[in-house]
Design a protein around this ligand. Structure first.
Ligand code: NDP
Ligand code: PYC
Length: 344
């Protein structure tokens, strides 16, 4: 088997076919294939096709409903739009809730989309970009499972709890950042383990609470928050807002429910949308023009904006296709042929 370059569309169809073979309905299969392919296309390997196996493992373990149809829970005149994912993946629930979120954020200046009872394995930037595409700023967060020790502690408690933000730019790609509140995403650590490489210093502690660069020891121990007490506090805020406040599971509760970190976690998600025009109304200056001045000043110092690497990778993938290794092609073939039987 040799390396292969495929178009974005061909890879989307391939991954959807794998999910269909595994018993996912078209709503679930389409939505999760879209975020996985977006990850591969934008060179975000920790949330690209490597996640397919985890999705199938979670389906096979019976911890996600492959045929779920998410439902919009009507709350008239509320700034809170709620979608019950019905035990399916968060991505289909997000696609269902986005139009109502957009409409209410435009009407009131701000609105929230709450997703409950979902399985969540993906990067957050596809959702932030979907919000910015509507001319709105977006803030997205969710818990995960307990794998991160709070600063000063030595046992897993918080999740890797991602936080993403986006600001629409009238003449270009949005300003978007998206990161784990741990030093790195757990998926990143798993890729080090698979490659047999040591972790960078400062990422993790072992089961005794001592610093380690061994991915295997780190997986049995805990990851560390980014930025010490600051990341620890932001990770805790995400447990409060996107777990407890929305009546859903916190990261320790997710781990109790699943009993493992080898399956995709089940919890809730919080998406906030803001209308910059509405917030700035009556004040001098256009918020979008002022934002451009800020971005120009950042770039003017030689710094790069977050997501620039991703946008460059996207342009390349769209123009030249996505390059897959022979091992990746073999894995896709196996999963498409065997479906859930490919999972031990
Ligand atoms: P990274 O540290 O790889 O990147 C974080 C962000 O910082 C990106 O927006 C990146 O932009 C930007 N960035 C990186 N370097 C620079 C730089 N030098 N200057 C300016 N910006 C920069 O992310 P993580 O490993 O923390 O997270 C990876 C992914 O994992 C995220 O998409 C996150 O949503 C996901 N995740 C999902 C979880 C879940 O439960 N669903 C849990 C944890 C993480 P760019 O991409 O352009 O480099
Ligand atoms: O990479 O930390 C991670 C992660 C956890 C759940 C989904 N992604």
């Amino acid at each position: 088997m040799t390396d292969l370059t495929v178009t974005v569309e061909a890879l989307q169809q391939r991954v959807e076919a794998i999910f269909a073979k595994a018993g996912l309905n078209s709503v679930q299969a389409g939505a999760i294939a879209r975020v996985i392919i977006a990850g591969e296309r934008d060179a975000c390997k920790s949330h690209g096709i490597y996640r397919i196996e985890g999705v199938l493992r979670t389906v096979k373990a019976g911890k996600v409903s492959p045929d779920a149809l998410p439902v919009l829970v009507e709350q008239e005149n509320s700034a809170i739009v709620r979608v019950d994912a019905k035990g399916g993946f968060a991505n289909a629930a997000f696609e269902l809730g986005l139009p109502a979120l957009t409409e209410r954020a435009r009407a009131s200046g701000l609105a929230a989309l709450v997703i409950n009872d979902c399985t969540h394995f993906s990067a957050l930037w596809p959702e932030v970009e979907a919000v910015t595409a509507q001319g709105l700023a977006g803030l997205v967060m969710c818990p995960s499972y307990a794998t991160v020790a709070p600063t000063g502690g030595n046992k897993p408690l918080l999740g890797t709890n991602p936080l993403a933000f986006g600001w629409p730019r009238p003449n270009g790609s949005p300003y978007v950042f998206d990161f784990a509140t741990s030093v790195a995403a757990r998926g990143e650590m798993e890729l080090y383990r698979r490659a047999g490489k040591p972790l960078p210093d400062g990422w993790a502690i072992d089961a005794d609470g001592d610093p380690t660069t061994d991915p295997q020891e780190a997986l049995a121990g805990a990851m560390l928050p980014f930025g010490g007490h600051k990341g620890s506090a932001i990770g805790t805020m995400i447990e409060l807002l996107a777990g407890i406040m929305i009546g859903d599971l916190t990261s320790p509760e997710v781990l109790d429910y699943l009993g493992t970190t080898t399956l995709a976690p089940r919890h809730g998600e919080l998406i906030l949308a803001f209308s910059p025009k509405a917030f700035a109304a009556g004040r001098s200056g256009d918020p979008f023009a002022r934002a451009e001045l800020l971005f120009e000043a950042i770039v003017g110092q030689g710094a790069r904006l977050p997501s620039e690497r991703r946008y460059a990778a996207r342009s390349k993938s769209v123009a030249n296709g996505i390059a897959l290794t022979a091992a990746e092609v073999e894995q896709l073939d196996r999963l498409e042929a065997l479906g859930l039987d490919a999972i031990a």
